[in-house]
Design a binder for this molecule. Structure first.
Ligand code: AMP
Ligand code: MG
Length: 356
């Protein structure tokens, strides 16, 4: 073999070795850098859903399996508790003959019990027995006509926990007009159960978001707390950004769902004390360890506004936007202020339960 051929052959082998080494390096980097595996199931609870877990590339299959399992949990809870589905357990309760006991699965009963306890803790402002009022105002929105006083009085009389009994195996309704609506609590409960599925698989971080309500655990794929943008209730863009880990963040506002009658917007949250749509806030965001707690308090503070700060349990933080698009202020608890990142909203006031 000629000398040039030898050198050519050595150079070629060297090149292969370099490429192989390079690929090996890339391979190592890929396997040792965490990635977020995303899952976006369609039409969960009538809204958008995205879930993520942080894993090393080699654990992708395990991540996908856990995310599928979490989706199944979300869908199971929706199937049991939605009042939009005729064959749900809640629809069975809402259409049962008065006085007839309706057997319920343990998790449906758990949510009903939590809702009943929440009514007491929120001064009656979180009340799932407001179903008749919710329906009345939904219908008013569809027709574009305000409800008549007689219809309002009837719906108010039918919206009361005294018209339901819960026991160890199910529930009984005592009036033909009474119905429960778990729309203000199911999402939170479902998010908690889905997060449990992901946490059981011991991922270093994860997040479940259903329609903008979410709960995250651990860190994101960059090793930092999860960034969460709070939508401006009056238009595009965000009103604030939070960085959180091991926290649920839920928002109730009248920008996402509302009824319009005579050019005026009416919130989908009912003030059980008046039977009318709540007007206290443009949006309420709650931070709590569990999504169900956050969901409950977001709805309750939608009714109570700033007065609700005094009722918040330990470990539950709030941010409220009050006013209109031309003139609004953002109020938050000191604990929430600590989680806001720059740039802060210009119109920010920090309130503790005693006031500013
Ligand atoms: P959220 O978006 O979590 O505030 O939930 C709002 C939904 O909860 C409404 O669409 C109704 O289905 C239901 N709801 C309305 N008002 C109340 C209330 N005062 N207490 C409990 N649930 C309510
Ligand atoms: Mg809620």
């Amino acid at each position: 073999m000629r000398r040039e051929q030898w050198i050519g052959g050595l150079l070629f082998l060297g090149l292969i070795a370099l490429v192989a080494l390079g690929q090996w390096r890339i391979g190592v980097r890929r396997r040792s850098t965490p990635v977020a595996v995303l899952h976006r199931p369609r039409a969960v609870m009538g809204t958008t859903c995205s879930m993520a877990v942080v894993v090393f590339e080699r654990d992708r299959a395990k991540a996908e399996e856990a995310l599928q399992a979490a989706e199944i949990v979300l869908r199971r809870i929706e199937a049991r508790m939605s009042s939009w589905l005729d064959d749900s357990e809640i629809s069975a309760l809402n259409t049962a003959r008065p006085g007839v006991h309706v057997p319920l699965e343990a998790e449906t009963l758990e949510v009903l019990r939590a809702a009943s306890e929440a009514a007491a803790r929120t001064g009656g402002t979180f009340d799932v027995t407001c179903g008749p009022l919710v329906r009345l105002w939904q219908q008013a929105g569809l027709e574009g006509v305000l409800p008549r006083q007689a219809a309002l009085d009837r719906a108010r009389a039918a919206s009361n926990w005294s018209l339901f009994d819960l026991d160890a195996a199910g529930a009984t309704r005592h009036s033909q007009d009474a119905c429960v609506d778990l729309g203000g609590i199911t999402k939170g409960y479902a998010i908690d159960r889905a997060v449990e599925v992901l946490q059981a698989a011991a991922f270093s971080g994860g997040l479940v978001d259903v329609g903008g309500d979410l709960r995250c655990f651990g860190r994101d794929m960059t090793g930092k707390p999860w960034p969460v943008d709070l939508q401006n209730p009056f238009g595009r863009g965000r009103v604030a950004r939070l960085e959180v880990s091991d926290t649920a963040v839920t928002t109730s506002g009248n920008y996402a769902r509302y009824a319009e009658i005579d050019g005026r917007r009416y919130s989908h949250i009912i003030d059980p004390r008046t039977g009318r749509p709540a007007e206290a806030a443009a949006s309420v965001t709650i931070l709590a360890p569990e999504a169900m707690t956050a969901d409950i308090w977001a709805t309750a503070l939608g009714v109570l506004g700033l007065d609700g700060f005094a009722l918040l349990p330990e470990g539950v933080e709030a941010l409220i936007v009050i006013g209109d698009e031309h003139n609004y202020r953002v109020y938050c608890t000191p604990g929430c202020r600590g989680l806001l990142v720059e740039p802060l909203p210009r119109q920010l006031s920090v309130w503790d339960s005693a006031g500013p």
